[in-house]
Design a protein around this ligand. Sequence first.
Ligand code: FE2
Ligand code: FE2
Length: 333
Amino acid sequence: MSLFESKKLDFAPQKKFIKDLQVGEKTQGYYKVLNISKKNKRDGSAFLALELMDKTGRIPAKIWDNAEHYFSIIREGEIYRINGYVNEYMNRKEIKVDGLRAISSSDRDFDQNDFIEKPAFDTEKLFRDMIETIKSNLTNPYLLQLVDLFSTQYGETFKTHYGAQKIHHAYVGGLLQHTHSMVKLAIYCAHHYSLDKELLLMGVLFHDIGKMFEFDISPTVSTTMEGGLLGHIAVGNAKFLELAGKIPGFPGELSCKIQHLIISHHGEKEFGSPEVPKIPEAYVLHILDLLDSRLKIFEEVAANTETKGLFSDYIHVLDRRLYVPPKGENSES
Ligand SMILES: [Fe+2]
Ligand SMILES: [Fe+2]
């Protein structure tokens, strides 16, 4: 028997994509390791917790045996051929990994394109809409120039970056979607409360730009040195100052207010803001940021939870379980 034939026999009839995995079945496929961590079982021995992805989604996985060996060979951001069994744990599907190996040239059904994360929406269109919406609400020539500089310097990265490493908007285009959504809300709030709309819009546009430098999204999502040591608030503020510095005569008071919005957007010092919001536009920015990120968590939990009961598991960031009736329950109404 040739090597090729033996490999063929070694293969499952077809590779399985994450979205097609069913609880209770065996799986064999190619999955990218997004992250891996070593933990302890009750008896003190080690096991590994992983997060895997392909173009169809993500799934947690566990390696219960030979944890030390696998921990020494598995690299985050690498793709492996994995054999396993699909379990259900905490209302989510999970792979119990039985075997794993690196990709080889004889893996004929391996396709690198299976790991390109495509956004679920048209990022070009959304970015254009965001910039046009902002500019059509601006009259200050310095701010119009600032938005143009932002687009040319950061537009390409901004379109694809994640909104967060985990929890909410953690996907390609997430930062854009989050900011675009807040732009719409900001225009409404500025009008409703008679606020400085132009200032608020600048706060929205720049509040999270530091995330483009805080963490990388390729080959895997990981904190940069800049991100870990400075955080996205300080980095974002510095990037704003850099851009504003390129515009001769940019008004100092306006710059100070925009910086205030950026640095206070987490609302409280204990959540990483060096100052609390001290003007209405800063307070609204903080609330809109909270609203948009939290509503996204509600949406993501509902989409990713398969409950047998009525409630999700405890969601730390929201400090509660969410009401998530089994899917299809309301489908007849
Ligand atoms: Fe933030
Ligand atoms: Fe944000």
